[in-house]
Ligand binder design. Sequence first.
Ligand code: 13P
Ligand code: SF4
Length: 311
Amino acid sequence: MNLKEEINRLHREKHAVILAHYYQEGDIQDLADFVGDSLALAQWASRCDADILVMCGVHFMGETAKILCPDKKVLVPDLTAGCSLADSCPPDRFADFVKAHPGHTVISYVNTSAAVKALTDVVVTSGNARRIVESFPADEPIIFGPDRNLGAYINAVTGRKMLLWDGACHVHEQFSAEKIAALKAAHPDAEVLVHPECRSEVVRLADVVGSTAVLLKHAVKSACRRFIVATEAGILHEMRKQCPDKEFIPAPPATGPHACNECDFMRRNTLEKLYACLRDESPAIEVDPDTAARAVRPIERMLELSARLGL
Ligand code: 13P
Ligand code: SF4
């Protein structure tokens, strides 16, 4: 069986829409109707009029789409595709943290469970976090969770003093500032592109800090011919596709038993699972209706603010 042909056939016959994050394997990105960062995927899901939406990404992305489109069938090829960052913020502990700091606006990264979003005033992604934080008065007391690196970066560039939840992504924490500095010394003409989930010593080496979509856009428009890329290696597929004459060097992680610049959760989705998921219309994401009713407000607020800010 030709898996790609079969996926295309089922995709057409069922009028399904396939969305893929930039961290998916290249073959999945190529089959998708739309490939984007977390913000674009949420924006796309909110506008989608198909009955079946296949989210080729991780669980929280499927959950966000389901919360925005409760009447649609939202499928994720492998429901066990989780996220270490979302897992670093258990809802009961986050609820205690929020309760311990009354009077704070709660801003949560989209990489969270629906239950954490339900405790949140406004959701953000790496593509809009800075601008959304800046849309609040400078003295607004803010709790920001769960990514301590993204939160510290926003505090540094905005001068805010947001209270940070102590969570992180296991992939972005792995990048080694020493190895990136050595690569830069070997290729002084290269620009260093860094995702803000990386540690501050890596962010300090960056020419550009931004979401996957921001880094891609910069690579396309830059006059530079060579880039060192410190984020999950899946983004290199689209970078190389859009800029075939430029060179993209994946930033190396520190050595160690778990050293890898690929997200093992993202890579749980495969062509075989995408095919089976379209064929069986399963596994589908379900969200507890009470949780969804509370989580939808901060997600919609993010979409409204993003539209107002032109993002
Ligand atoms: P963006 O899609 O906002 O670049 O975030 C990357 C990420 O880690 C998604 O899980
Ligand atoms: Fe989560 Fe990190 Fe994987 Fe993104 S790369 S899905 S933040 S574990």
